[in-house]
Design a protein around this ligand. Structure first.
Ligand code: KG4
Ligand code: ZN
Length: 351
């Protein structure tokens, strides 16, 4: 059975195609992604209206390229992200996917974007055991407890303000480094030293004791970087951009990995799955590797093209659900910008 997945919740237009065999294993047949990132660069962050229009323009070519790469005329099922994400962006992708499903006469599955980030762990003959997932991108910062791919997940914590990638983008902007901020900060940090004491959000003993134990906050960190730079400029002190980047990056990686490993220990999960665009960060990977090894936890980081938003992850979550006998969503299935992690598959009204 061949499943096409369509992702459009943020600025990537992704179409992926996977083959599901009767044992439940999945192979990737195509993974085509177009990004509108460059169109957002001068605004320093994703502009929803621009993203929606870019999806509309890119979709026909991306679908065509994926079908050609897979060497098929049509799939046996179509899946699309129906949430969470940007309202207009979700609508464009989900509408296109339903139209394709109707035209091809195949079932439609409306799936959860975050479930997709976890589902890539089940590709190419692998199975994800009980795990904690740390999903970090420009749009999300989530610590989830996962029983298996396609199962409802439990949100342990999330960010109270900026997403991790958003924090990178905002700090890069205030340092005049351009957009997206993650890759350039990662590069500069490698040449700097951690010399500046910066706050670790929600990491005091009372935060760790309370209901904020697994939550994150990056806005205080961003403000602390801004204050440091302003003060240095006022006093005529030369700022080492490399040191600022290294210190900022250390604060982000420290909090993310400390809370993720804590979540593994508390839930008894022996596997930590890292996903989202920030999973590309070298310091985050190194620190996660060290702390997981010390705690006896296996760290899984999928290949980067599967960590960032893509259509394969959406096809993969649908494939898992189909393998377990899930019924399709109706074509009346709506989009939901705030879709909860407890809902892997959104059901519509069946005719
Ligand atoms: O998953 P993604 O490609 O797109 C969405 O946010 O949906 O993630 C993009 C985010 C951006 O905020 C970018 O600055 C960040 O991931 N990013 C990084 C790195 N590469 C990309 N952050 C830290 N270090 C990196 N090497
Ligand atoms: Zn994502």
């Amino acid at each position: 059975m061949i499943i096409l997945g369509l992702e459009s919740s943020c600025d990537e237009t992704g179409v992926g195609i996977v083959r599901l065999d009767s044992d439940g294993y999945m192979d990737i047949l195509a993974n085509e992604v177009a990004s509108s990132m460059e169109q957002h660069a001068r605004f320093g962050g994703v502009v929803p209206e621009i993203a929606s229009r870019a999806h509309l323009e890119a979709l026909p070519q991306v679908v065509r390229a994926a079908l050609d790469a897979a060497g098929i005329g049509k799939p046996d099922a179509v899946a699309a992200t129906v949430g969470p994400g940007l309202a207009g962006a979700l609508l464009v992708g989900a509408s296109a996917a339903k139209a394709l499903a109707a035209a091809w006469g195949v079932p439609f599955y409306g799936v959860n974007h975050l479930g997709g980030h976890v589902a890539v762990a089940n590709l190419e003959g692998q199975k994800l055991p009980h795990a904690v997932a740390l999903l970090v991108s420009g749009g999300h910062t989530q610590l989830l407890e996962v029983d298996a791919v396609g199962k409802p997940m439990r949100e342990l914590g999330t960010t109270l303000d900026d997403a991790a990638g958003e924090a990178y983008d905002k700090v890069a902007r205030l340092l005049g480094l351009g957009y997206p901020g993650g890759p350039v900060i990662d590069r500069l940090a490698a040449r700097g030293q951690v010399t500046i004491a910066l706050p670790r959000g929600l990491s005091r003993a009372e935060d760790l004791r309370g209901e904020r134990r697994y939550d994150f906050s990056f806005s205080g960190l961003k403000t602390a970087v801004a204050r440091y730079v302003e003060k240095a400029e006022r006093e005529g002190v030369v700022v080492s951009v490399e040191d600022v980047c290294a210190s900022f990056q250390e604060a982000v990686a420290d909090v993310l990995t400390a809370k993720a490993v804590m979540a593994c220990e508390d839930t008894g999960a022996r596997t930590l799955l890292l996903g989202g665009g920030v999973a590309a960060n070298r310091r985050l990977r190194t620190l996660a590797q060290q702390r997981c090894a010390a705690a006896g936890v296996e760290l899984r980081v999928p290949p980067l093209e599967l960590c960032t938003d893509n259509g394969v992850m959406i096809a993969a979550v649908a494939a898992q659900l189909i393998h377990e006998g899930a019924l399709p969503s109706g074509l009346a299935c709506g989009t939901d910008t705030q879709l909860e992690v407890e809902t892997p598959l959104v059901d519509g009204v069946r005719g």
